[in-house]
Design a protein around this ligand. Structure first.
Ligand SMILES: Cc1cc2nc3c(=O)[nH]c(=O)nc-3n(C[C@H](O)[C@H](O)[C@H](O)COP(=O)(O)OP(=O)(O)OC[C@H]3O[C@@H](n4cnc5c(N)ncnc54)[C@H](O)[C@@H]3O)c2cc1C
Length: 458
């Protein structure tokens, strides 16, 4: 029989504050932050299983914080769109929802009001969100568990910072038979009935006009947030685009990828759902394997990097060989230097780079292949590798809907600091032995003129 101790011992569960459930507690609270969905959400499943063992109801506390670092209107619009349909989906799992807006968004007063016996949260390895969890663990009086639900293979099974895809891949593949399985769908058996005086606000999928957030970056229309929209996109991708993904994904002039990154980032879709839909599809094996390599191996390598390397958004987080070679070429003459403002405004001499920058600013998404080129050119055109790193992070986080994500930090570290990569010859100015990309090489790979035609004005 499953016990609370057995649940707490699962690899995906991190016990932040241990101890028996509060004997005076009246419910289990799931503090929903990253995994904003009612399906394929291990944190929700754990809360429900615990609630059933304790014969107590489960309630989700959802309270968007307007001060998330680098979050702006573009991100918040998508985030709020994700609230649409969440309450009925939780009701179908037998779970209640309390939604609160700033300034009533704080967790601790809510806990005082509902008296939980146990607090469950989800995980996000970024430093700011991790710091929130650490602080909560110090302050709460009840046991506090967080659940690693944004990965297929629980991060803890990978033990330490992995050097590259080639070191993490065999470990992940070994564990996939255990973890890449259809999720359980437990239902809460004790209904949640809010106390009469408990403050709850109607769930809204529109950002309130007076929400005190950074509104300098406009929302975009191309991608609409939410679990329902995410599942629709996934079904369409599997039906129409997955066959051929292995080659089409390197063609930015085509629409050959899933565009699911923002849904994964905001937790509107679980990676296991995506992986199972792809694995079990009729698409050719090469296309399924290529996709699962990106979704599981590359994405979980990025999460591993951020979890185990606290310098993930700086050049310092990269390997010594790469920092050494960049240092040796620090004094090299740059053909051209652009200011952050010129880069932001897509005012370079390079039509492909400008088109990529415009795609990101205008649509909130840039094709993966040109993202590599985009970041490498920032290294080439700025005074130091440290400047390049911070400018790339700033632009990526500000404009990409999927920005502020482990994938972004790991990929920028890859492009600029050789992270998860190896040294490449011949030695080049500025780059040393960090892998180089030229405009000519991109022309050989894809129809860059067609891509520039879509997003460029040069
Ligand atoms: C400089 C640079 C910055 C990047 N910034 C981000 C970012 O901020 N957020 C982000 O999610 N991805 C980022 N990526 C990784 C990748 O480009 C995007 O995940 C991908 O282009 C998203 O489009 P898609 O969903 O259509 O991808 P698909 O090709 O359909 O891939 C499916 C999923 O696999 C994952 N994935 C794909 N490629 C990678 C990769 N190289 N590394 C890790 N995971 C991957 C993503 O979650 C993606 O949604 C960056 C890459 C580079 C080179």
């Amino acid at each position: 029989m499953t016990t609370l101790d057995a649940i707490a011992a699962l690899p995906e569960v991190r016990v932040r504050r241990s101890g028996p459930p509060d004997s005076e507690g009246r419910c289990v609270v799931y503090w929903m932050q990253r995994a904003q969905r009612a399906q394929d959400n291990r944190a929700l499943d754990v809360a429900i299983q615990a609630g059933n063992l304790l014969r107590q109801p489960v309630v989700v506390f959802l309270a968007p914080v307007p001060t998330y670092p680098n979050g702006n209107l573009r991100h918040y619009r998508f985030l709020f769109q994700g609230f649409d349909g969440l309450e009925p989906a939780l009701t179908r799992r037998g779970v209640g929802l309390v939604f609160r807006l700033y300034p009533r968004h704080r967790l601790e007063p809510f806990l005082d009001e509902v008296c939980p016996s146990l607090l469950v949260g989800d995980e996000n390895p970024l430093r700011e969100t991790e710091a929130w969890r650490v602080k909560v663990a110090e302050r709460v009086r009840v046991p506090f568990w967080t659940v690693d639900t944004e990965v297929v293979v629980p991060s803890v099974c990978l033990e330490k910072e992995q050097y590259a895809a080639r070191t993490i891949r065999p470990r992940i593949h070994r564990l996939l038979p255990t973890y890449l399985v259809p999720p359980p769908v437990p239902r809460a058996r004790t209904p949640w009935t809010p106390a009469s005086g408990l403050a709850r606000e109607p769930v809204t999928s529109r950002v309130p006009d007076d929400y005190p957030l950074d509104r300098r970056v406009d929302a975009v229309g191309d991608l609409v947030g939410g679990a329902n929209e995410a599942r629709r996109r996934l079904r369409r991708f599997v039906r129409t685009t997955l066959s051929g993904y292995d080659t089409a994904r390197n063609h930015p002039e085509q629409d050959g990828t899933s565009r699911l990154s923002a849904y994964l980032h905001f937790g509107h879709l679980g990676p296991r759902t995506v992986a199972l839909a792809v694995r079990d599809s009729d698409a050719p094996e090469a296309d399924r394997a290529a996709f699962l390599e990106q979704l599981i191996v590359r994405r979980e390598l990025a999460i591993n990097f951020v979890r185990y390397n606290d310098r993930y958004d700086r050049l310092d987080g990269c390997e010594p060989w790469a920092r050494r070679t960049l240092d040796e070429h620090r004094g090299d003459r740059r053909e051209v230097i652009y200011t952050p403002r010129q880069l932001e405004g897509a005012e370079t001499h390079d039509p492909l780079w400008n088109a990529a920058q415009r795609q990101m600013v205008e649509t909130g998404w840039m094709h993966g292949y040109v993202r590599m080129y985009w970041a490498k050119k920032i290294l080439e055109w700025t005074p130091t590798p440290e400047d390049a790193f911070s400018i790339a992070v700033e632009l990526n986080d500000r404009y990409q809907l999927d920005g502020r994500d482990p994938n972004g930090y790991a990929s920028i570290a890859w492009a600029i600091g050789g992270k998860h990569d190896r040294a490449w010859g011949p030695t080049r100015p500025v780059f040393g032995t960090v892998r180089f990309m030229s405009l000519a090489s991109t022309r050989r790979k894809f129809d860059s003129a067609a891509y520039i035609g879509r997003f460029g004005v040069d």
